[in-house]
Design a protein around this ligand. Structure first.
Ligand code: AMP
Ligand code: ZN
Length: 116
């Protein structure tokens, strides 16, 4: 299930430290190491899925669950009503650097559009 060369799998396995803010059977959330906003958390599935292009039909519930976890983090951090952004990068031109899918949960400041 876990990939030995994947940094986020290592965080799931507690082999490297992270500031974990939520965990259940299917998902983990932790603070981004290099925050881009006052709130910047990452929500990941415990299942190793490299990119959004690798999401299968059988993962539909899991992906929905990740959004729910992102919503809960936004609520817990007090930014749900003000507004927040969920971002998922896919492949190099988007800026994806870690190939284990993750939702960025960003907020606590006004967000701009179009994104950079
Ligand atoms: P992306 O560029 O969309 O793949 O996002 C990867 C994110 O993971 C970046 O925002 C990094 O700051 C973050 N990141 C990388 N390594 C760690 C780590 N060990 N703990 C927490 N966040 C990390
Ligand atoms: Zn992984």
């Amino acid at each position: 299930m876990y990939m030995s060369d994947c940094i986020f799998c290592k965080i799931i396995e507690k082999k490297i430290p992270a500031k974990i803010i939520y965990e259940d059977e299917y998902a983990l959330a932790f603070e981004d190491l290099n925050p881009q906003a006052p709130v910047h958390a990452l929500v990941i599935p415990k299942k190793h899925i490299p990119t959004t292009l690798d999401i299968k039909e059988e993962d539909n519930n899991l992906i929905g669950h990740l959004i729910k976890v992102a919503n809960k983090i936004a609520s817990d951090k007090g930014i749900a009503e003000r507004g927040f952004r969920i971002v998922t990068n896919c492949n190099p031109e988007s800026g994806q650097t870690v190939y284990h899918i993750h939702l960025h949960v960003l907020g606590g400041r006004p967000m701009h559009w179009p994104p950079g």
